[in-house]
Design a protein around this ligand. Structure first.
Ligand code: NAD
Length: 253
């Protein structure tokens, strides 16, 4: 049995993951970490300051973190010190926070870190890579929509899509929203919508020569992210130390 601890256990993703791990025949939900003690699916949730004791007491194999950027570095550090493999889905991480995480992980434990654990998004990203290579000279716009409680903007997935596009089409200025009088140049337009219960929509648009090509992905339920994270947790245990992505988990190249 793979012993799993979830950081952010009381959150939206933490609860979805807790249920999924609890129901997985090959996994044991041994605990959760959040800001206040509680329980979920028969397991205890401890405060962040008691994370080290929880990991030692339970002998967790893997820690899954869906929290906030300000918490993730410390969670990763404690998990790596306890030789736990890591699954990190938290977004909005700054370059400095990313560097701190890498220091804790590299040469110590295996991890999968991605801004989107959906299997459909992994395929969508491949299609965006291919289309950006073919449509370099088109006008490119990236549009994303999420629920009203999402704090970071643009979404981690939108930032990853922009990185993929720029990897193929070259680095460009990003223009976040448009207002007033300004000629369109070679920028990538980035547009963010926040409202209601939208789970996660992403669209990339290429326009030129009286035509538009649109690639889009829509998540209808956050269980798509949770099931990808659970699949990644199964895959990562026993791998060599390092940082892997969903392409490695899914065998995509
Ligand atoms: N990679 C993906 O596929 C994916 C998918 C969905 C959401 N996300 C990201 O996951 C994160 C969480 O999303 P959510 O919708 O569940 O948010 P949420 O606000 O519902 O849950 C976050 C939880 O983390 C808790 N928390 C804060 N500080 C903590 C700490 N120090 N230790 C432990 N827990 C702490 C909060 O109290 C909260 O319960 C966000 O960054 C979001 O963008 C990623």
């Amino acid at each position: 049995m793979i012993k799993v601890v979830i950081c952010g256990a009381s959150g939206r993703m933490g609860q979805t993951l807790g249920r999924m791990v609890h129901e997985a025949p090959d996994m044991e939900l041994v605990g959760g970490i959040n800001l206040k003690p509680s329980t979920f699916f028969g397991a205890e949730i401890v405060e962040a300051k008691d994370a080290d004791a929880l990991l030692k007491r339970t002998g967790a194999d893997v820690v899954i973190d869906f929290t906030v950027a300000s918490a993730v570095v410390e969670n990763v550090r404690v998990a790596a010190q306890n030789n736990c493999a890591l699954i990190v889905g938290t977004t909005g991480i700054s370059p400095d926070q990313r560097a701190e995480m890498e220091k804790a992980i590299l040469n110590h434990v295996p991890s999968v870190i991605t801004t989107n654990f959906s299997i459909g998004v992994a395929i969508f990203q491949q299609l965006v890579r291919e289309s950006a290579r073919l449509l370099k000279d088109y006008d490119i716009e990236v549009i994303e929509a999420h629920h009203r409680n999402k704090l970071d903007a643009p979404s981690g997935t939108a930032k990853t899509l922009i990185e993929i596009i720029e990897g193929e089409a070259g680095s460009r200025e990003k223009l976040y929203g448009r207002e007033g009088m300004k000629k369109r140049e070679n920028e990538i337009g980035v547009h963010v919508i926040r409202g209601g219960d939208i789970v996660g929509d992403h669209k990339v648009m290429y326009s030129k020569n009286f035509e538009t090509i649109e690639l889009s992905h829509r998540a209808y339920d956050r269980s798509v992210f949770a099931s990808g994270a659970v699949q990644a947790a199964r895959w990562v245990v026993g791998k060599k130390p390092g940082i892997y992505g969903m392409n490695d988990v899914l065998g995509l190249k």
